[in-house]
Design a binder for this molecule. Sequence first.
Ligand SMILES: [Zn+2]
Length: 147
Amino acid sequence: MTQEEKSCIFCKIVAGKLPSYTVYEDNQVVAFLDIKPINPGHTLIIPKEHAPNLAELDPEIGGKIFKVGVKISAALRRSGLRCDGVNLWLADGKVAGQEVLHVHLHIVPRFRGDGFRIQVGPEYGRSPTGSELATNAASISQALKSV
Ligand SMILES: [Zn+2]
């Protein structure tokens, strides 16, 4: 276990060194309640193996995290908790709002009037030119070849 993993609160939860309110677990991922929920039932899904960000996460495990997220979203709607909709939220990197540097997918139950909102920046709504979109698409396509 690396120093980073030793000090990681999610690795401690996986190792059973910190308590959690687990809702799902298998050999690759674990899902537990967020202790500072946006709304009741707010769940986090994490890979059991430490990965600080998506670039260092096995895409197969990423798929598994999303698959479990789909199931938990459906379960929340049947759980009796207040849930008329769901947001899936994954912050990748500190600048994106990631607070614990161990990949985690938030499953946030939503209901009308819950007060939660995502605020966009001042550039939102500006339509890029076709040339900008083509250049950006080509940059991403090219980079995908080395991932
Ligand atoms: Zn960790």
